[in-house]
Design a protein around this ligand. Sequence first.
Ligand code: 1OR
Length: 381
Amino acid sequence: MSFEIPDGLTDLLQDFTVAVLKERPPDLVKFAAEYFNKLNDKKSDDQNERSRGVRFAESEPMQTDESDDEPMIEPPPRQFARRKSVSAERYDPEADEEEGDQKIVHPKSDEQRKRLSEAVKPIFLFRSLEPEQMHCVLDAMFEKKVTPGEHVIDQGDDGDNFYVIDSGTYDIFVDNKQVGKYDSSGSFGELALMYNMPRAATIVATSEGSIWAMDRLTFRRIVLKNAYEKRKVYESLLENVPMLKTLEPYERMNIADALFSKTYEDNSVIIKQGDSADCMYFIEDGEARVTVKNMKEPDSDEMEVMRCKKGMYFGELALLTHKPRAATVYAVGKTRLAVLDVQAFERLLGPCMDIMKRSIDSYEEQLVSVFGSKAAISDLR
Ligand code: 1OR
């Protein structure tokens, strides 16, 4: 007797087995009943969404229903993803056994090398690499051309590559909702490789384009350790900055990638009033004293206007206003600061601009209360 195995049965049972291994339910039959019921509900939801119009397909160009004003709906998630991560534990660099020193080299033309070195310039995850490490990273990357509608990554899949954008535009979807987009630069796909988790988002090309891919092993061997440590170090600092609470945790991670620490001795100058500005600071440890003097009277005394403690930030004003530094800031005791440069500030703090702009009012009030009148201070805006 021969049996025909229906399409999808193997994947269906495999997914179920993975769920059992992950959850370890005490009552297997009850768990199975709930699991398949949920799956059935999800299937109907997906079908309903699909029938409402917008649909992407992996190899087809994106089709949109012009008459439909509803927000875009993400490509229906693939019903039974072929591979699923079983382990969702966080990465432990000390216990990493995947290392090995296999060097991967994808030959490139001069033109490709030139494009690649431009594309990696703004990638914060690569910033702390030594020149030799950077060399290995560039060698290991390979180019992938994409077409509109192509899924570069599907949420829920296992992570294979990390990607750096060379050209093109890409939409980001999480749980069927568009949550952002990339335009001609940036990188994605590090999360699954870093934390051994399924892909957290779906990335769909919305134009012709080109991306540089790096395999999982090279990413873990060279890029991961530094990047992982950095995210861990700055995670709690950034979580406790009230202004950044409105951001998604993932957005705070991107800020962590861009930060670097700098230590100042007691009473040393961190910022000088009147200087031009190229970064802002978060206090990791210690304290900062903010003083202002009347620039129209160079011999006048500096007046203390504010103290910044751990978790507070300063130096953002001049980046917002594109004016010289409005105050001098000194370290009080040995003080460690996390520095964010102006390019990262502009790229990553967009959602916080309004909050920061609002604080200009309170700076002005403070200055007026110290100097007695607005005339003595230069215009902050
Ligand atoms: P990955 O390996 O999980 C999908 O594969 C990639 O999309 C992911 O790594 C990130 O590099 C990227 N939340 C999670 N992943 C995101 C997000 C994101 N944006 C880009 N990726 N959010 C959007 C924040 C503006 C949070 C949504 C709640």
